[in-house]
Each structure stands twice: as structure tokens, then as C-alpha cells.
Design a protein around this ligand. Structure first.
Ligand code: PLP
Length: 340
């Protein structure tokens, strides 16, 4: 009886794949960076290996939720991109597989520190500073002052004219929340967020959406990573990019292998590619402007110079710990009205 049941299950699977004409992909990747980079990485990896892989873009918090939900039977092999503190949280929840990448010795010091902090479960692939950007044409048209500081964004002049990500789904927006807590102290940060909330037109599920909306004049100001704004500016949109006067936070984007990955050897090969100069070059080639983690990779020409930006000493260990991240998100949901 058991034999018949097992046979039926195999036959059903075979029939399902035969009827859809689809073979299982050799590797399933969830991608946390911009769609353009996800697509460029898929093309480059397939060209290099001759394999067909599945790459799907999702926001960072959504990726964490999916990997958590599939813990008993993972369908994802690699989580590539997205803010590192969320990868650290997944590592602490025992959702990731340790792996020593081939290129680890070529990593810049901040990436080596990040790898050590993750217990060898997540490798840093890029860094980038948080900030905001406004549409210069719209600002002129509305005759509004130019914001230069976080505190300026609470000015009543910008009522309903700012977009930010929702920190529950967006790694960018969680970086914003953690940055404000580190800059101002937690209670002051939440008072600030409540004041900012009065000016927020929309909390977007994805972190890059606010600067894309500002670029197109759909909103005035978008809070996002500065490199996302640079990418929009490079294609001709009238954005002014601001490194806030009080200082700001930054992300280390990461790559991790999911614990129990079905294609573990291919997952390791993908991670090695993601850390190689060739793999990291797919970022600049698709218009991205993060700072790559491999010392041998070339820096995108327009990448914001993070050494020139006043930066908080971002505490990845604290803000990547499951308790702290969940607690801050609960407080955000309880105290700040999320209207998206
Ligand atoms: N896009 C870029 C260019 C990023 O650097 C990052 C963060 O790693 C993200 C998107 C993250 O997206 P989200 O905020 O939607 O999680």
C-alpha cells in the first residue's frame, strides 16, 4: 500500500511537470536588490554555468517570512541581497547554513567583520548609506524649502509629500528605523517618527519605491538608500540626493544559503559567484551603485563615497538580533499609523 502511495506521488509529480513542460530549476534564489540587478545576475549566472535558475525579487522582510514559513521543507536555496541585519536575524533563528565562500579572504574589512558576526552564515556583498532625495522640479514649482536634515522632514510644509518604506516588509525602512533609534535614542526616535508620520503620504512595501516615486514627481521626497536615488538620477530624473545633516545609517547587503537547501552544492557555487569580481560587476552593469565588498571588484563610478558621509557606528549585532528587530517592529506598528 505504502509502495503504491509513493508511486502515485512520484507519478503525480512527473505528470505535473510533464503537463506544464517545466523542469525543476537547478537553483532557486530569492533576490532582495533592485529587479534590474536580479535579472542581470540570473542572466550572468546562467551564461556562466549553462544552468537554468529561478530568481524572484522580494522585499527583505518578505524573504525572511517566506524562509521562516518554509523551515520544515525549504523551497529556496539562496537568499541573495537585502539588508544584512535581517540575514543576521535569520541566522540567529537557525534558518541559514554556514558556508565559507571561496573569496572571503578578498573581502573588505567591513564585510569580513560581518561574516564573523553572522557565525559564518551570511557574507556581505555590498554596502550603502541611507538618506533621502527630493524632486528638484517639484520643489521649485511648490516653492518649498530644500530639506537637508532628518528633522526638516517633519516640517508642516511637506504634509503628505513624503514616502518611506514599511519596515515590516522593507529592509531599507527597517534600516531607517534602526538608524533613527541609534541617532536620537529610542523614545526620541519614536517621537520623531510620529511627527514624520503626519507628512507621510504612503508607506510602500518595497524600499526603493519612494525614490522612484520622487524621481517621477509622484511624491516630493523619498526616504531610501542613497545608491537607489543615484540610479534614478543617472537615468535623468531631477533628484537632489541628501545625506542628512545629523548623520545617517548604512546597510551591508548580504548573501546566505538556506538551511536544508535542496541544491546545496549549486547554492555554494552561486555564493562564490556573488562574491567574485565578475558576479559583483553585474551590479554596476545593471545601473546599481552600491559599494561592492570584494576588494578586487571595481567601484561603480557614481557610487556615493561612504567615507565622506557622517555615519552612525551601526550596531548590526543589536539590530539584527531577533528580539530587538521584532520588538521595534511591534512598537512601530503600535505607535505609528501604517496606512499603506
Ligand atoms: N534595493 C537596493 C538597491 C538595496 O540596496 C536594497 C537593500 O539591500 C534593497 C532594495 C532592499 O529592498 P527592500 O527595502 O524592499 O527590502
Amino acid at each position: 500500500m505504502r509502495g503504491i502511495t509513493a508511486f502515485s506521488a512520484v507519478a503525480a509529480l512527473w505528470l505535473a511537470s510533464a503537463s506544464t513542460g517545466m523542469a525543476a530549476p537547478s537553483l532557486t534564489v530569492l533576490c532582495g536588490v533592485d529587479e534590474m540587478w536580479c535579472a542581470a545576475m540570473k542572466t550572468a549566472y546562467e551564461a556562466k554555468t549553462g544552468l537554468e535558475i529561478s530568481v524572484t525579487r522580494k522585499s527583505t522582510g518578505d524573504i525572511l517570512n517566506q524562509i521562516r514559513a518554509e523551515k520544515a521543507a525549504p523551497t529556496v536555496d539562496v537568499w541573495w541581497g537585502g539588508t544584512g541585519d535581517t540575514h543576521l536575524q535569520a541566522g540567529s533563528e537557525n534558518l541559514l547554513e554556514p558556508y565559507q565562500p571561496a573569496h572571503e579572504r578578498d573581502m573588505l574589512p567591513w564585510a569580513q567583520n560581518f561574516f564573523a558576526m553572522s557565525g559564518g552564515r551570511s557574507a556581505g556583498i555590498y554596502a550603502g548609506a541611507l538618506g533621502f532625495a527630493y524632486n528638484a522640479d517639484l520643489l521649485r514649482e511648490l516653492k518649498l524649502p530644500a530639506p537637508t536634515c532628518w528633522k526638516d522632514l517633519t516640517d508642516v510644509a511637506y504634509r503628505g509629500r513624503i514616502q518611506s518604506g514599511n519596515p515590516n516588509s522593507s529592509g531599507t525602512a527597517f534600516t531607517t528605523l534602526a538608524t533613527l533609534v541609534q541617532l536620537f535614542g529610542e523614545d526620541e526616535a519614536f517621537r520623531y517618527l510620529a511627527a514624520l508620520n503626519r507628512n507621510i503620504e504612503r508607506y510602500t512595501p518595497s524600499g526603493a519605491a519612494p525614490v522612484k516615486a520622487a524621481a517621477r514627481g509622484e511624491t516630493l521626497i523619498g526616504i531610501s538608500f542613497m545608491h537607489d536615488a543615484v540610479t534614478q538620477k543617472q537615468v535623468g530624473f531631477p533628484l537632489v540626493i541628501v545625506a542628512p545633516c545629523e548623520g545617517t545609517g548604512y546597510e551591508i547587503g548580504a548573501v546566505s544559503i538556506v538551511k536544508g537547501a535542496r541544491n546545496i552544492e549549486e547554492a555554494k557555487r552561486f555564493v562564490d559567484f556573488a562574491l567574485s569580481p565578475e558576479g559583483q560587476g553585474t551590479g554596476a552593469a545593471s545601473g546599481q551603485n552600491q559599494v561592492p565588498s570584494n576588494a578586487k571588484s571595481s567601484l561603480p563610478l557614481a557610487a556615493p563615497d561612504i567615507s565622506m558621509i557622517k555615519m552612525v557606528d551601526y550596531d548590526f549585532a543589536t539590530f539584527g538580533s531577533p528580539g530587538e528587530r521584532s520588538r521595534l517592529l511591534r512598537r512601530f506598528d503600535a505607535e505609528i499609523a501604517v496606512t499603506n
